[in-house]
Design a protein around this ligand. Structure first.
Ligand SMILES: Cc1cc2nc3c(=O)[nH]c(=O)nc-3n(C[C@H](O)[C@H](O)[C@H](O)COP(=O)(O)OP(=O)(O)OC[C@H]3O[C@@H](n4cnc5c(N)ncnc54)[C@H](O)[C@@H]3O)c2cc1C
Length: 233
């Protein structure tokens, strides 16, 4: 996915990249998790679970973010952002306030939900909270068994509950998901035929995938959201 574009190309497409949404409200779920409600013409947006929207975060940089929930009639969409403080995107989002206008692209990418299995297990981190919010209503509507596993920093450990997510287990960061033995200890009989949805930190996802490949007959659907030391996945 594209993460930067020379300024002259951005200028060339200035018309199509001009602000198309306005911020209705912002709130901090924790010191690092910010939810923003945007309003605009979203009637033609093809919002699928797992798709991401590109936000223009500087004259030359673009970053991917996921719609957590939307209301087509009111023309609003919510995105849950991790304000990690390491990059241009994070700093740009942190500074956004009610009334600001910006450019958000149409959603596209990889579908992360397959209704085929009765059990759905979802792994992620702070960047995955929005994806989890978008999954919850469909999992409930389809009467599926589901469980969310998050690796979160101490200051964010209550955010799944504050965002209304259910059936969640939270682990400290850099502890469980990067260790194959610890993941193995988590396994339950539910895992055998479950579908797995993995998003977030690429390193954690790679470890999870290695363990899951030998323990499930279900599908493993994954999308890396960020990689240590890499700008804009
Ligand atoms: C399909 C897709 C959907 C996504 N959806 C969301 C979403 O809904 N909400 C959300 O918050 N993010 C989401 N992300 C992740 C987000 O795009 C990245 O975290 C992005 O790198 C942030 O850009 P940045 O400019 O802040 O940092 P960058 O300039 O890209 O990176 C600078 C440095 O920060 C580090 N870094 C990047 N992200 C993190 C992080 N989360 N924690 C700690 N260090 C980090 C990088 O490793 C790098 O060293 C998504 C990514 C993808 C690919």
């Amino acid at each position: 996915m594209i993460s930067s574009m020379p300024k002259w190309i951005g200028d060339l497409f200035a018309g199509s990249l001009r602000p198309n949404v306005k911020i209705l409200k912002t709130s901090y779920i924790s010191s690092q998790i910010k939810r923003i409600r945007f309003q605009g013409n979203i009637s033609k947006m093809n919002l699928q679970i797992g798709y991401a929207n590109v936000i223009r975060v500087s004259e030359t940089e673009y970053r991917n973010y996921t719609v957590a929930s939307h209301d087509t009639i009111a023309g609003t969409l919510d995105i849950v952002f991790h304000i990690h403080g390491n990059g241009v995107g994070s700093r740009y989002i942190d500074a956004l306030k009610t009334g600001d206008e910006l450019f958000i692209s149409d959603p596209r990418g990889k579908k992360l939900y397959d209704a085929g299995s009765k059990q759905q297990i979802i792994f992620g981190d702070e960047t995955s909270l929005g994806t989890a919010c978008s999954l919850l209503p469909i999992l409930k509507q389809n009467q599926q068994q589901f469980h969310f596993y998050f690796e979160l920093a101490e200051e964010n450990k209550h955010t799944p509950q504050l965002l209304g997510l259910e059936n969640c287990t939270v682990f400290p960061k850099n502890d469980v998901f990067t260790n194959e033995k610890n993941i193995d200890d988590l396994r339950t009989s539910h895992w055998r035929a479950a579908n797995f949805i993995l998003t977030g930190n690429v390193k954690s996802m790679q470890t999870l995938r290695r363990v899951l490949k030998s323990s499930t007959t279900g599908k493993i659907l994954s999308q890396g959201y960020w990689l240590e030391g890499k700008k804009g996945l």
